[in-house]
Each structure stands twice: as C-alpha cells, then as structure tokens.
Ligand binder design. Structure first.
Ligand SMILES: [Zn+2]
Ligand SMILES: [Zn+2]
Length: 290
C-alpha cells in the first residue's frame, strides 16, 4: 500500500505509463467498461453516477446510522436532534460531521484508487460530491467564509505518496464553491501531523482516541483563532481523527469546527475490521447494517 520513492528507472516507467494511458485510453478501473475521454477520470460515468448519497436515519451530530435506540430517542424527542450513543455520552468538539456516501462498493473502489493507486484525477468528481456536503453544512449554519483545512498526513507518508488526497479533494471542492461566490479561506498548513498513527485496527474507540492524543498540532494558531474551521477528510471511519483534530483546533481558538468527508464507514464495517483482533462490536451493529 505504501509507495517508495522512485528510482530513475521507475520514474521513466511512470512517464511511459502516463503517455500510454493518454494516447490509448484505458478501461474504467472499476467496471472495465470503456472510458470516453483520454487521461480524464479513471472511472466511467456509469460508475460515477452509481455513487449513492447516504440515505438512512443518521445521527444529527456525527452521521452514524442510528440503531433502534437512536430512532426511538428521536421519536421521543419529537423528531429533532437524534444522536447516536457515543455522541450522547461524549459529545465531539465538532458541530457536525457530514459525508456524501457510505464507504462501500464503488465508493470504496474510488477512494482506494485515489489514495493508493495514484489516480489523482479522481479528486475532481469526488471533490464535487464533497462540495455538495459542504453546501449542506452551510444550510445547517456553517459560515460560507469558513477556513478550510484538510486532515494532514505525516510528512513521511506525504513524501511516500507524493500528495495528500484530502488536500486534493478539499481544493477541488473549494474551487467549485468559490466559483459560486463563497469567500472560503484555505489554511492546510495551519495544522500538522506529528505522529504516524494509521494502524488503528484492533483498537477500541477509547484506545483509538488515546492513540491519537498529540498526533496533531496547530502550528499556526493565528490562522484559526476566532474562525470557523471546516475540516476535510476522504473518509470518516470511527470519528477518532475528526474528534482529535476538532479538539486541537478548538483549543487553538477556532470558534466552531465542521467536518466534511466524501465517505463514511458505518458501524458494521468498523466491527468487521475490529473482528480480526478479537474485539467485537457485533451486539451493537446488527441494526446499523443497511
Ligand atoms: Zn465503470
Ligand atoms: Zn453520533
């Protein structure tokens, strides 16, 4: 999954590959169907159109699919503001986390291609989906002049990959929203990642949170102090990253933190990942499956 720095030979090979795909367009990387344009999106329009918006009963805070308890809670509360149990027990320091789609099927393929297979052009269509999520956050009260920050990669990881996929996604979304007149500010460099913590598998949510303590530092507090911040990531998995980033941003003086991601893993997927370590969330998850 990780990419090493290229030798001159590998670099030449990459250049040749790029030329070949430009002049001889490849097939869609997901379904194998023909791609109309050369060198554009690695996904065909059918696969892009198949990326579905999330549509179930979601936690009003973090976007987790609600279990029966959550739905009952909402009914008791008169239909407004239903929260999942983690958000009820330990509210996150962000206002709201929203995702476009569920991290499954074509969405998972698309994000994997963008992240691990150097398919940077995919940031374009996925960034436009992200822009729609940002628009929804604005409908819920987020300022259109919000300060945008992508979740940073550790410098070593960023060097290996050559780019931060969340920055690519954020910049595409910003470009399209600015074209609609949004006075967005971009401050990706304001926050840095001090520790590489991507092996979160097999940790409970509390352990994940503890594991992330100190992983992010706001290097430029001036850039966020007194501002609303919009945090951008490719995928929202357990929420530990979003929670920790929101915590340090608020500590640095951000008035509010909003979170937008392209995709969101729902509980049953997280449970499946956890199952390999023997920890099971199964009891909680069966109702979240959809
Ligand atoms: Zn396709
Ligand atoms: Zn929640």
């Amino acid at each position: 999954m990780s990419r090493v720095l290229k030798s001159p030979g590998q670099l030449m090979r990459a250049v040749v590959d790029d030329l070949v795909t430009t002049f001889f367009p490849a097939d869609c990387r997901v379904c194998g169907g023909p791609l109309p344009g050369a060198g554009l999106s690695p996904l065909c329009q059918i696969c892009l159109d198949a990326l579905r918006e999330q549509g179930s009963e979601l936690c009003a805070r973090c976007g987790e699919a609600l279990d029966l308890d959550g739905v009952r809670f909402r009914q008791q509360a008169g239909g407004e503001g239903a929260f999942c149990s983690p958000c009820r027990m330990a509210p996150p320091e962000f206002e709201r986390a929203q995702a476009w789609g569920v991290y499954t099927d074509g969405m998972r393929d698309a994000i994997r291609l963008l992240k691990y297979e150097r398919e940077e052009p995919l940031a374009r269509p996925l960034g436009l989906l992200l822009a729609r999520v940002v628009t929804k956050l604005a409908e819920e009260g987020m300022s259109r002049g919000v300060t945008v920050i992508a979740v940073p990669l550790h410098p070593r990881k960023q060097r290996q990959r050559g780019y931060n996929q969340s920055v690519l996604l954020a910049d595409e979304a910003v470009r399209s929203l600015r074209a609609e007149g949004w006075p967005l500010k971009v401050q990706h460099a304001a926050m840095v990642r001090m520790r590489q913590t991507d092996s979160q598998f097999g940790l409970s949510s509390r352990e994940r949170r503890r594991n992330l303590r100190g992983a992010f530092v706001v290097r430029d507090p001036q850039a966020v102090h007194g501002c609303e911040v919009l945090l951008i990531d490719d995928i929202y998995t357990t929420g530990a990253t979003a929670r920790e980033c929101a915590r340090v941003l608020r500590q640095a003086g951000a008035t509010k933190v909003w979170v937008a991601t392209v995709a969101r893993a729902q509980k049953e997927m997280v449970a499946r990942w956890d199952a390999s370590s023997g920890e099971s969330l199964r009891g909680e998850v069966e109702l979240a499956a959809r």
